[in-house]
Design a protein around this ligand. Structure first.
Ligand SMILES: [Zn+2]
Length: 118
């Protein structure tokens, strides 16, 4: 017998229960880091954006370690102890300067496309 799913949907906690460890990756630098969920567990992952602390471009949550994905073997694990948001990312996230010229194909979280907020 299965009880009801005990986790709020669309939280990182639910995501973690489903997928286990996750990573965030930057397709520009081709680097990734372990996704640390401290303080994020009850956050709706659809509202959370990550950015690369090295180049400031958008970073993507992935549920498979990038080096284990086909064609991504050159990504390198690059953990930063206390990553800080890149100034370009702050500008983008706060909408001060539109910066949409990066091509982000693939790597989207499940459910992002059926997000009905717009
Ligand atoms: Zn980067």
């Amino acid at each position: 017998m299965t009880g009801p799913w005990p986790h709020k949907p669309y939280t990182f906690r639910a995501l973690q229960k489903t997928f286990g460890p996750m990573w965030v990756r930057c397709d520009i630098c081709r680097r990734y880091a372990t996704l640390r969920l401290t303080g994020l567990l009850d956050v709706d992952y659809r509202t959370k954006r990550f950015s690369c602390s090295r180049c400031g471009s958008e970073a993507w949550v992935c549920v498979v370690e990038p080096v284990k994905e086909h064609g991504m073997q050159d990504y390198r694990l690059d953990e930063i102890e206390h990553p800080e948001r890149h100034p370009a990312a702050i500008d983008r996230l706060t909408g001060r300067r539109p910066n949409r010229h990066f091509d982000h194909s693939g790597g989207e979280l499940p459910g992002r496309k059926i997000d009905g907020r717009r």
